[in-house]
Design a protein around this ligand. Structure first.
Ligand code: TXA
Ligand code: MG
Length: 338
């Protein structure tokens, strides 16, 4: 299959809307990462998403909607969910709520809840409007690879497997949305993202973070979010995270680097000076830039043939929590404490 890669302008969006309505898959830009979209109420189209991504069937998808009104047709909107929708939609917050029967089993992997998100990206909103559909879309990477934050990343992973990719430029946030369980009365963050637990608590009064968001599941432990069972965001090169006082971290990273043929270092801009003479990638000046760049840099490290990626741990506050969640998973929890 030839994959068309076209701009996300009015003509492109109309073409994508038609494709979705006939049950085809489309790579689409959102403010977080690129999604692999299909009509959420067409089980056959949704099955094709799992096939193109090589995604395990037990990992449910996020359904994208324009607004609360559309969400009401798909799920039970709890008072907590409504409060969070009013505060953060459209934007990078996905809410897990009890589903209605209309949502196919293949979307929710048989769960009695569904994950809903109203994206803010203007092209994605136009696509929702023009198609009139609820759009199921996981990140548009091959399963296990870092999420795509440009249309080129989508092409690299899915060229030949899907008919169409809409190019809306690089994604603003760069990390996947926050996933929060809003089925009960207290929000629980299952996957940290740009809407932080602090921001949610400021609206809802409190906010929990699932323990399994930041550590591997124990043998036999039930996953609050099925995605936590699978390895994620992984570059091809093994990644090691080093945590501790800065001078000790730099010494450990230099030692690990020296033992490798082609290692590279991944650190904040302000820390580059500790790694002079080493091949190093900068995550930028602040956490927003780091989020924006992380997945691109993981792909670049692979492209450059790095045999091992060595990264400094980041402070787990604000957006740092989401960054560390992705880094820890990319490292398969290989975290050295010095
Ligand atoms: O930013 C994003 O969320 C992007 C863009 C395209 O919207 N999408 C995305 O989808 O990251 P995906 O499939 O890569 O991640 C969805 C996560 C998975 O970890 C999945 O397990 C979880 O949401 N999830 C989906 N439905 C769920 C449910 N009913 N209960 C708990 N977790 C759920
Ligand atoms: Mg994903």
């Amino acid at each position: 299959m030839e994959t068309m890669h076209i701009p996300a302008d009015q003509a492109g969006i109309l073409k994508a809307a038609e494709a979705l309505k006939t049950g085809l898959l489309v790579g689409v830009p959102t403010e977080t990462v690129y999604g692999l979209a299909a009509d959420a109420l067409n089980p056959q189209a949704v099955r094709a998403i799992f096939q193109a991504k090589g995604r395990p069937a037990d990992n449910p998808l996020i359904v994208h909607v324009l607004n609360k009104a559309q969400a009401e047709g798909l799920a039970v909107i709890t008072p907590l969910a409504e409060m969070l929708m009013d505060a953060f939609w459209p934007g990078p917050l996905t809410l897990v709520v009890p589903r209605q029967k209309i949502v196919p089993d293949v979307v929710t992997a048989g769960l009695d809840t569904v994950a809903l998100r109203a994206p803010s990206h203007p092209a994605m909103r136009k696509l929702l409007l023009e198609s009139g559909l609820a759009i199921a879309a996981p990140s548009a990477n091959r399963s296990g690879a870092p999420s795509p934050t440009t249309a080129e990343h989508v092409m690299n992973d899915l060229n030949g497997l899907i008919p169409l990719v809409l190019d809306g430029g690089p994604c603003e946030v760069g990390l996947e949305s926050t996933v929060a369980d809003a089925a009960g009365s207290i929000p629980v963050v299952l996957r940290p993202g740009a809407v932080t637990p602090e921001m949610i608590a400021a609206v809802a009064g409190e906010c929990l973070v699932a323990q399994s968001a930041m550590r591997p599941l124990h043998e036999g432990e039930a996953a609050p979010s099925p995605g936590l069972r699978h390895r994620h965001y992984a570059p091809k090169a093994p990644l090691t995270l080093v945590k501790g006082p800065q001078d000790k971290v730099a010494a450990r990273i230099r030692a690990l680097y020296g033992a490798e043929e082609r290692a590279c270092v991944l650190v904040m801009e302000g820390r580059l000076s500790a790694y002079q003479g080493l091949k190093a990638f900068s995550l930028g000046q602040d956490m927003n830039q780091a989020a924006h760049r992380l997945f691109t840099l993981l792909r670049q490290a692979d492209g450059a043939g790095c045999s091992r990626i060595l990264a400094e741990a980041l402070p787990e506050e604000g957006l740092g929590l989401a960054l560390m969640n992705r880094l820890a998973r990319a490292a398969d929890f290989d975290i050295q404490i010095v």
